[in-house]
Unconditional design. Structure first.
Ligand SMILES: Cc1cc2nc3c(=O)[nH]c(=O)nc-3n(C[C@H](O)[C@H](O)[C@H](O)COP(=O)(O)OP(=O)(O)OC[C@H]3O[C@@H](n4cnc5c(N)ncnc54)[C@H](O)[C@@H]3O)c2cc1C
Lengths: 381, 248
């Protein structure tokens, strides 16, 4: 590993080995049940925290680990994907999109209350931006927070919220000011706040991830729960999106790897007309095409991760990386399914689940169309 | 009290081992290696004893080539305070390993030597016992529970008939069985800290050990492939099939 990439060290390899074991022991044996249950057990968050996984990507001053660069996050994603469930990553790691604003902008007190218990696996965090009225047009979100003394009174609703049914701490984008992007703030709303209600959503994939619509009906939220300055939430949200997008690209890459491995193993072992599939040119070419596309995604992913670590903010490239990675996953999952034939179509096969879960990655965290639009604008067209 | 733990680099337990075509051994080039699982249990036990205040220093030792440094890093990430690398690129048989480990144990003056009951490569299950014999100290093999009380160790052993608890005087050799503990997941801060801990190099020469070939491997063969099974439809058919094979 060390010699094959300038970005990964022996420590990354050691960390990978530990995550691989964790997944094999604590996740893979149970994932089918959690998919049926429609949510992950809380105990899993604690286990993952005890194994030091939830802390990756966060500094020590909020309960994380200093020195864990983005490549550790990529390694972690790559190994969590081995369980073949996108919902697992989305939900177990929902703090990965909910908690960064606290880590970046929160006061010491806020880090202690809103980040530490999450990174210790004691509380579950979710990010609530999207509204029933629309997800792409973040600048025009409608959920209102009106100041009343030392509280905000919050009214409105959010939808498609990952870990939304279980979350104890919701990072919610609200309108505290006038129209447009200059009137948005971030509040952490606690799960037991009176006036908050939730309903579960059934989905095509990500089944072990509890996704919810949230209703805020006169919720009183202390002003002390506001993350960062009032009406300046939009920048924080966009910054958060940049990180989310690189991690969504990492997920797409990781699941493409799983599809490739599964179909390669199957092609080696499956015999048709007296010969293993792997000996057929048509199948071999499918597999090398998959390999080629995955390698391209990984190269760009690592390079952009490195640039981000240098302090660069390559917004257009990140948007295009997300699109490249997710369309590669769509292509690879489809071809993998083809190689597996009927076996790939059966419930319980990792490729079947990944195939069903390709679309959520082209929609969530900024849809393909929005990514293109943003990239075009960033590139000055 | 100082504890010495030996750790061996072996082909990873998940790898499907291939026999070399010339029968001279198994393929190890380009194959994933990791710490012998029984040695992980040994490391875990040493760390637990340190956490309980029974052990104050843990020294990990390995014998092998340059790549064994990875195995020592794993041991250091587990919680070893420092490590010793007995550098040897050639084949090491159990008696040679035992002589080298005994020499290190003596030099370090450790009161407890913990190692795996066997390594999953050759499954020899000899080294721990030989170390004890060479130094004429007590041994408690196949441990499933270890308690340190003063200058004695109370060890529960897995024996054919069940469990046996014995008490041995320290210094002693303890070899670990599968059920002794479940090794922890190594956390990133510990993995990063391991990089900064010292590894001392030594050699058979330094330790006064002459590697000897006690035995010679003449041929390695893969296990016979299982032939296809037969499906029977009824119990009667099963019984007569078993009778036909002289098994009933
Ligand atoms: C399983 C799942 C989990 C999710 N988890 C979360 C979460 O945890 N937190 C959260 O806040 N959100 C979450 N989301 C929401 C997600 O971010 C949104 O679905 C996404 O931003 C798109 O918003 P929308 O669904 O409202 O689509 P819309 O914004 O209504 O868009 C519909 C379609 O129109 C296209 N479109 C929109 N505007 C334009 C335009 N100007 N030009 C051209 N095309 C356009 C879009 O690309 C899309 O194809 C989740 C979604 C899913 C499916």
């Amino acid at each position: 590993m060390g010699a094959s990439s300038p970005f990964y060290t022996a420590e990354h390899a050691d960390f990978r080995e530990q995550v691989r074991r964790f997944v094999a022991r604590e996740i893979t044996p149970h994932i089918e049940r959690w998919e049926t249950d429609g949510e992950l057990p809380r105990a899993l968050h604690r286990l993952a925290a005890d194994a030091g996984l939830l802390q990756i990507g966060f500094p020590a001053d909020c309960g994380g680990v200093d020195g864990a660069d983005l490549f550790y996050e990529i390694v972690l994603t790559g190994e969590l994907a081995r369980a073949g469930s996108g919902g697992l990553i989305a939900s177990l790691m929902s703090h990965g999109i909910a908690t960064p604003p606290v880590a970046a902008l929160g006061s010491a007190e806020q880090k202690k209350r809103f980040a530490e218990p999450v990174l210790a696996g004691d509380k579950i965090a979710a990010l609530a931006i999207t509204e029933p009225g629309g997800g792409s047009d973040v600048a025009n979100l409608k959920t209102r927070a009106v100041r009343d003394g030392e509280h905000y009174v919050v009214d409105g609703s959010k939808t498609f919220i990952t870990s939304g049914m279980r979350a104890d701490l919701l990072t919610v984008a609200v309108r505290t000011g006038g129209d447009g992007l200059g009137g948005i703030s971030l509040l952490v709303i606690e799960g037991d706040t009176p006036g908050l209600s939730r309903t579960p959503l059934q989905k095509m994939g990500w089944c072990c991830s509890d996704t919810a619509t949230l209703y805020f009906d006169g919720c009183r939220v202390p002003v002390a729960n506001r993350i960062g300055p009032e009406n300046q939430g939009f920048v924080a949200i966009m910054r958060n999106f940049n990180h989310e997008r690189i991690m969504l690209a990492a997920q797409a890459w990781a699941f493409a790897e799983v599809c490739y491995d599964e179909s390669l193993a199957y092609a080696r072992q499956r015999e048709t007309f007296g010969r293993p599939l792997i000996q057929r040119q048509v199948i071999r070419h499918k597999l090398v095409d998959m390999r080629m596309q995955i390698d391209a995604v990984k190269a760009q992913l690592d390079l952009l991760a490195w640039r981000v670590m240098q302090g660069d903010v390559p917004i257009a490239e990140l948007c295009l990386l997300k699109n490249l990675a997710t369309s590669t996953l769509e292509a690879v999952a489809s071809e993998a399914m083809q190689v597996l034939g009927g076996a790939g179509y059966l419930r319980g096969s990792a490729v079947e689940r990944i195939y069903r879960e390709t679309k959520v990655l082209t929609i969530g965290g900024g849809s393909r169309e929005i990514m293109k639009d943003l990239a075009a604008r960033q590139l000055g067209y | 009290m100082k504890a010495l733990v030996s750790v061996k680099r072996v082909v990873d337990y998940n790898v499907r081992v291939q026999v070399k075509s010339d029968g001279s051994g198994v393929v190890t080039d380009g194959v994933k290696h990791s710490m012998n699982p029984f040695d992980e249990i040994a490391m875990e036990e040493a760390v637990r004893l340190k956490e309980k205040g029974k052990v104050t220093e843990i020294v990990a030792v390995t014998i092998g080539g340059a790549k064994n440094e990875e195995t020592l890093r794993t041991a250091l990430a587990f919680g070893a305070d420092r490590a010793i690398h007995v550098k040897e690129e050639g084949e090491v048989q159990p008696l040679t390993a035992a002589k080298a480990l005994a020499a290190v144990l003596k030099k370090e003056d450790a009161k407890l030597f913990i190692c795996g009951k066997q390594a999953i490569d050759d499954d020899a299950n000899q080294t721990g016992q030989m170390v004890a014999a060479l130094l004429d100290i007590a041994q408690a093999t196949f441990a499933s529970k270890v308690e340190i009380e003063g200058d004695k160790a109370k060890v529960t052993r897995e024996v054919d008939a069940g469990l046996e608890t014995i008490e041995v005087d320290l210094p002693a050799v303890v070899t670990t069985d599968l059920r002794l503990n479940e090794p922890r997941y190594l956390k990133l801060p510990d993995i990063m800290k391991a990089k900064k801990k010292p590894i001392d190099a030594t050699s058979f020469g330094d330790l006064g050990v002459t590697p000897g070939a006690g035995f010679k491997v003449t041929k390695t063969t893969p296990p016979p492939t299982r032939s296809k099974g037969v499906m029977v439809k009824t119990v009667d058919e099963l019984v007569s099939a078993l009778k036909g094979k002289g098994l009933l």
